[in-house]
Write a protein that binds this ligand. Structure first.
Ligand code: PLP
Length: 416
């Protein structure tokens, strides 16, 4: 075929046609710019010079406390605490519950390193629970292992919510406390209940690749007075906790304040200032992600050899990334798909790769937390292909990306 090269611009991304072959040239790590309103709020904080959350004028509430109040209202929680990162929120949850060194903590085999890392940072011992083809925690495996621990750190990995009603039944019956890792589910819900609000504590991340972007940052929510009181002291409130956005009753604070160590991890006003306008706009952003997710899913559906991850009706998801399965494919064939897509500008992540790369990893990558092999989960993990959907991509970009994946998966599948 005669080589021809035509470039045209679709919603900010360049689509190049080489002969009959479409190529995508957008960046999978490019998030949207911070809005003017957020920049202005941040500049005000910088002009004030008062960046530390407790550096406040006499009647000033401050950006960080306002964010806490607004986020608590958003997820309908009694308390919210703004902290330095999602990982810090997870470790704070374990500390606030009182997990001791050597104690086992149940968690997902399919998650990212900060989750078992938070458990290990406490001297805890992660006990991994398997993953299903829906990419959620295997509830039968959970039911089998639930007697081994008193805490479950549940990761809603890549935004997939399991049957939370059944999960809570299993955990409540066994007296297991649930901490929810909602790094990928801010804005999502199960059966009308926001993610992070089924368990005792919900932890969220506001790191750049999450649903609100302050570079780094996290939020911790609970309805429990004692847990919040301990989290407040833990976060480094220097007995200034009365200035926080949501504060437990004085007698509760008095009870815990001398017995809880300071493990500083506060959020500052600058990040909170950037986050507040984003929280006000979160519903619009979630709808924009889902338009992109749905466009990719529609194009991929029916591709031979490729399994779509079906989303249950009870789940409100936020499609900031999409996963599909190449189940029972050989390593070489999956690697070929990844490579062929990359050559056409489509960056896919593969959880089944021999070595963890970028933001992928599996339970067997964490050698500090040895686990028995889980063959059914290994089969799923080996087939998971993952792709970011930043909002800098238009819906048309997403359609193009999905067409590229579809054609490369089909080509490799047909040759198998
Ligand atoms: C599933 C999951 N949980 C927790 C975290 C921790 O968030 P942070 O980076 O804010 O510490 C991340 C971050 O990538 C994550 O992907």
């Amino acid at each position: 075929m005669k080589f021809s090269r035509v470039a045209l611009t679709i919603a900010g991304s360049i689509v190049t046609t080489r002969g009959m072959t479409e190529v995508f040239t957008g960046s999978f790590t490019q998030q949207e710019p911070i809005s003017d309103a957020a920049i202005e709020a941040a500049v005000e904080v910088m002009k004030s010079g008062r960046l530390h959350r407790y550096n406040l004028g006499p009647d000033e509430v401050g950006e960080t406390s306002l964010l806490e109040q607004e986020f608590a209202a958003y997820v309908d929680a009694k308390y919210a605490l703004a902290v330095a990162s999602g990982g810090y929120a997870l470790a704070t949850a374990l500390r606030a519950i009182g997990v001791k060194p050597g104690e086992k903590v149940l968690t997902n085999a399919f998650t990212l390193a900060p989750v078992p890392g938070a458990i290990a940072s406490m001297g805890g011992v992660p006990v991994f629970v398997g993953v299903t083809e829906d990419l959620t925690i295997d509830l039968d495996d959970l039911a089998a292992k639930v007697g081994q621990a008193k805490v479950l750190m549940l990761s809603h990995m890549r935004g997939h919510l399991c049957d939370m009603d059944r999960l809570m039944e299993i955990c409540n019956a066994a007296g297991v406390t649930v901490i929810e890792d909602c790094a990928h589910t801010m804005g999502g819900s199960w059966n009308g209940v926001p993610s992070g609000r089924h368990g005792l504590i919900g932890c969220y991340s506001t790191q750049t690749y999450k649903h609100m972007n302050s570079g780094e940052g996290g939020l911790f929510v609970t309805d429990d007075d004692d847990i919040m009181a301990r989290a407040l002291i833990l976060s480094g409130s220097y007995m200034l906790y009365g200035r926080n956005g949501t504060v437990p009753p004085v007698e509760v604070m008095e009870r815990v304040k001398y017995d809880t160590p300071n493990v500083s991890g506060r959020m500052d006003h600058l990040r909170a200032a950037i986050l507040r306008p984003q929280l006000a706009n979160l519903a619009t952003q979630c709808a924009a992600w889902n338009a992109r997710y749905d466009a990719v899913e529609a194009e991929l559906r029916g591709t031979p050899g490729l399994a779509i991850v079906e989303r249950p009706d009870q789940e409100v998801y936020v499609g900031s990334s999409i996963q599909f399965l190449l189940l029972d494919w050989s390593d070489a064939a999956i690697a070929d798909v990844i490579d062929r897509c990359l050559q056409r500008g489509v960056e896919l992540k593969w959880f089944g790769g021999a070595e963890p790369t970028g933001f992928t990893s599996r339970y067997d990558s964490w050698r500090y937390a040895p686990s028995e092999r889980m063959p059914a989960s290994d089969r799923v993990l080996k087939g998971i292909v993952d792709m970011r959907l930043p909002l800098t991509f238009s819906v048309e970009d997403c359609e193009l990306i999905a067409r590229i994946i579809r054609s490369e998966v089909s080509a490799v599948y047909q040759a198998m």
